[in-house]
Design a protein around this ligand. Structure first.
Ligand code: ZN
Length: 57
């Protein structure tokens, strides 16, 4: 059982724009649940096709 080696134990998500996995960052610690893109650039360039849930018609 290694000691003091927990740096790589961070949560990961997949960017909805580029499809690449990205790792938790300090600046996201308060909004991690809402983070869906790896960067601001990907957030702007998100796919135009969005599947909105809640509309069932
Ligand atoms: Zn991305």
């Amino acid at each position: 059982m290694p000691r003091g080696v927990a740096k790589t134990n961070l949560p990961e998500k997949t960017c909805l724009t580029c499809g690449r996995p990205f790792t938790w960052r300090k600046k996201w610690e308060r909004v991690w649940d809402e983070v869906k893109y790896c960067s601001d650039r990907c957030r702007r360039e998100r796919p135009k096709r969005t599947f909105k849930t809640g509309q069932n018609s």
